[in-house]
Design a protein around this ligand. Structure first.
Ligand SMILES: *[C@@H]1O[C@H](CO)[C@@H](O)[C@H](O)[C@H]1NC(C)=O
Ligand SMILES: *[C@@H]1O[C@H](CO)[C@@H](O)[C@H](O)[C@H]1NC(C)=O
Ligand SMILES: *[C@@H]1O[C@H](CO)[C@@H](O)[C@H](O)[C@H]1NC(C)=O
Length: 422
């Protein structure tokens, strides 16, 4: 009886989510790509910093590295320009947005063509308000239809719409309106909305049903900075607010904890693995923002790790959560495929917040993670294929995991029954 009710509810939820989510066919898995902001900010002085300034050269170089260094092969797809790509004035006659004439001399359509010629996709940034967040470039507010059409004309595949210099009260109407205008162009474009973060910061609870209906992804909380402290503030938000935001993630519509810091200055090797694991648990967009021409090989290895990416891109699209904190070791868990006999597999990350020097060992009983398959589980170490855990582990078994300070151990538990059995 109980299970009939449950199945009934599940079907209602499924139908409900079908009619109430954005149906542009995009972002069925969390988007993967590269975005300029975190690493390159608003560097516009190309005479002094030719290989760092926001310019068509930079995005072509990133595109080339996607091909030559295996990022495309690993699944990274979108090359996204953030703020500071525009002239400060619209075209006086057409009122269209104009890419900076010196830094994007070939124009955006030509850059999109270049990205497309390599089998990748092209994204751009704008702002719902009067100005973008830098305060000097024009926002879309009085030219929404024109700008949506301009992006379509340039063959843009992904639009991030920020929320600076905008009226909070207008956002609930304005963001959906821009989404309708993108749809009306006939060109499918991933739509990344920043409206919840502005509302959450001002104590307004965002309407997540509306977000799902109008956006493919949305930024819930503050900007990431190149710092482990800020990274932890964001994961803390995702842990503490999970009951409110987790149910709204799924194929086509994702919560976005912001860009990957990996390969930059602020995170150590262990902290970088920790970000990658938690972003995989959270079904987060994987948007790198780093210097691909100078990245150290060990960071690249983290970013292209196929087993970790497979967790992130898992087809069920269920966002994971933080299960508990014990001795400053956080346990994060996410249900994933394969599902056998109705039982999920799980990705589990133990992220240490400790700073006492040596790796810290904890004992973990499988049943304490909520694992119930009576035939037991096989375990894979997702960061270390060499570390084969060959046995099948009973749910009453205690395993020992030993986590480096500020590092992570990331395992996958698969029910020990044949994958195809039902
Ligand atoms: C990117 O630019 C740098 C020069 O700053 C160059 O050395 C490198 O080869 C370029 N990358 C690719 C893949 O062409
Ligand atoms: C526009 O929306 C309709 C209805 O949701 C959808 O079927 C269609 O694929 C969308 N088109 C684009 C280009 O996003
Ligand atoms: C949401 O996250 C913020 C930041 O971590 C926290 O201050 C707040 O208490 C959380 N809200 C809830 C309802 O837990």
């Amino acid at each position: 009886m109980k299970s009939t009710i449950f199945i009934g509810l599940a079907i209602i939820c499924l139908q409900y989510s079908n009619v109430n989510t954005l149906d542009n066919g995009l972002a069925k898995r969390p988007p993967m790509g590269w975005m300029s902001w975190q690493r390159y900010r608003c560097i516009i002085d190309c005479d002094t910093y030719p290989s760092e300034c926001i310019s068509e050269w930079l995005f072509k170089n990133v595109t080339d590295h996607f091909i030559s260094d295996g990022y495309k092969e690993a699944g990274y797809e979108y090359i996204i320009i953030d703020d500071c790509w525009m002239e400060m004035e619209r075209d006086p006659i057409t009122q269209e947005l104009v890419p900076d004439r010196k830094r994007f001399p070939s124009g955006m359509k030509a850059l999109a063509d270049y990205v497309h010629s390599k089998g990748l996709k092209f994204g751009i940034y704008e702002d719902y308000g009067t100005h973008t967040c830098m305060g000097v470039y024009p926002g879309v507010i009085n030219h929404m239809e024109l700008d949506a059409n301009t992006f379509a004309k340039w063959d843009v595949d992904y639009v991030k719409l920020d929320g600076c210099y905008a009226e909070l009260d207008d956002m609930d109407k304005g963001y959906p309106e821009f989404g309708r205008l993108l749809n009306a162009t006939g060109r499918p474009m991933v739509y990344s909305c920043s409206w919840p973060v502005y509302q959450e910061y001002n104590g307004i609870m965002p309407n997540y049903e509306a977000l799902k209906k109008h956006c493919n992804l949305w930024r819930n909380w503050g900007d990431i900075q190149d710092s482990y402290v800020i990274l932890n503030e964001i994961t803390e938000y995702f842990a503490m607010n999970a009951s409110r935001i987790q149910p709204h993630a799924g194929p086509g519509h994702w919560n976005d904890p912001d860009m990957l810091l990996i390969g930059n200055y602020g995170l150590s090797f262990d902290q970088s693995k920790s970000q990658m694991a938690i972003w995989a648990i959270l079904a987060a967009p994987l948007l790198m923002s780093n210097d691909l021409k100078n990245i150290r090989p060990e960071f690249r290895e983290i970013l292209i790790n196929p087993q970790v990416i497979a967790v992130n891109q898992d087809e069920l699209g269920i966002q994971g959560t933080r299960l508990k904190i014990d001795h400053e070791i956080e346990t994060w868990i996410r249900p994933i495929t394969p599902v056998a006999n109705g039982l999920y597999s799980y990705a589990v990350a133990w992220a240490s917040k400790r700073d006492d020097g040596s790796p810290y060992a904890i004992k973990v009983k499988l049943s304490d993670l909520g694992l119930t398959c009576d035939k037991g589980y096989t375990i894979t170490d997702l960061f270390d294929e060499e570390n084969k855990l060959n046995n099948i582990y009973n749910v009453n078994h205690n395993i020992t995991v030993r986590i480096n300070p500020s590092g992570v151990i990331f395992y996958k538990f698969t029910p020990a029954v044949h994958e195809n059995s039902v």
